[in-house]
Design a protein around this ligand. Structure first.
Ligand SMILES: NC(=O)c1ccc[n+]([C@@H]2O[C@H](COP(=O)([O-])OP(=O)(O)OC[C@H]3O[C@@H](n4cnc5c(N)ncnc54)[C@H](OP(=O)(O)O)[C@@H]3O)[C@@H](O)[C@H]2O)c1
Length: 299
């Protein structure tokens, strides 16, 4: 550990950062320093047991970010829009890390970014949890930090939680309610992101300055439904909802998700082939569901 280059990992107690920290530790080319808000929590100890150095810090506290980055070769940076539903806060946190990485001369940052949809659509579509990350990507590149942006497709895990099949009112079947029309939607298990990011850290010359869209595969909502039907033995159908109807469902983040799907229908770049090269073990949706059937047992 002592003579290995250090990668500071943000969000290591969460889904993306946790996947990245584990993959880097398993790969053993770099040491991991995890910045964590509460270092007394059991998940901080889990990371220590896996071999990570754990340091206390907060993305809203510049001094702690600077301390966590000092002496590091690189960093994996993820911010969580959904903590406060605030684009401004997410942009502030992302830029704070970018500026500190620049001051300290980090050699390679992998940032979990997404497109600035508002800018790309000339203001017609706003997806705040994308737009803020897009602004941060632009900032990283503008100030000259050697950075790779990974634009992660929708997590397959969402199908076990917010997007799980909904029981129909008018019959013995379930529906998937996502306004994608017939356009395939890219997806990936967040547990497979880490190995892909680790490969990117192992090939800086190929990936610095690039945006990489990570996706295991792209399926239509009916194809996602077919996989679920086969695996669960219950009929699941695409609800065939429009973005306009989705917005009126009165569920949390309805407008945000409707606009995200409007953007997905414009087919942003996600590179399935490259993702499989970066992580040859990346799971298909079918494999993911068969490994996670337990989570949908109550259906
Ligand atoms: N869901 C999807 O399909 C999808 C797809 C692509 C991108 N994304 C993006 O992924 C991001 C969320 O990442 P995730 O799924 O890994 O979330 P997560 O599992 O909820 O983890 C969030 C992590 O961020 C840490 N964190 C939050 N606020 C912090 C702060 N102020 N200082 C330091 N650490 C802080 C949390 O630490 P604690 O343990 O202290 O809470 C936790 O480790 C979102 O911005 C979302 O837009 C999601």
């Amino acid at each position: 550990m002592a003579n290995k280059k250090v990668i500071t990992v943000f969000g290591a107690t969460g889904a993306q950062g946790g996947s990245v920290a584990r993959a880097i530790l398993e790969n053993k080319n770099f040491a991991v320093r995890a910045l964590i808000r509460d270092v007394t929590r059991p998940n901080a100890q889990v990371l220590r047991d896996l071999g990570a150095e754990v340091v206390k810090g907060d993305l809203n506290d510049e001094a702690s970010v600077e301390t966590a980055l000092k002496g590091a070769y690189g960093a994996f940076v993820v911010t969580n829009f959904w903590d406060d539903f605030s684009k401004e806060k997410e942009v502030c946190q992302g830029k704070l890390v970018a500026d500190a990485a620049k001051r300290l001369g980090l050699k390679h940052v992998v940032y979990s970014g997404l497109e600035n949809v508002k800018r790309l659509s000339h203001g017609k579509v706003e997806v705040p949890h994308f737009d803020g990350k897009g602004e941060v990507e632009e900032h990283f590149w503008a100030i000259g930090v050697p950075m790779t942006s990974v634009r992660v497709a929708a997590y397959f895990e969402n199908f076990l939680t917010a997007w799980k099949p909904v029981k129909a009112d008018d019959g013995d079947y379930y529906t998937l309610v996502l306004p994608m029309g017939d356009v395939p939607m890219h997806g990936i298990s967040v547990t497979d992101v880490g190995a892909a990011v680790c490969s990117i850290f192992n090939s800086p010359e190929e990936f610095i300055g690039q945006a990489v869209g990570l996706s295991a595969e792209a399926l239509t909502i009916q194809q996602y439904a077919d996989v679920l039907s086969k695996s669960l033995g219950k009929e699941v159908r695409d609800a065939k909802i429009t973005p306009e109807a989705y917005e009126k469902l009165g569920i949390p983040a309805a407008k945000e998700v409707a606009n995200m799907c409007r953007f997905y229908q414009m087919k942003p770049d996600r590179d399935v082939e490259l993702t499989h090269r970066l992580n040859p073990k990346v799971k298909s949706f079918s494999q993911f569901i068969s490994e996670n059937q337990e989570a949908l047992k109550g259906m």
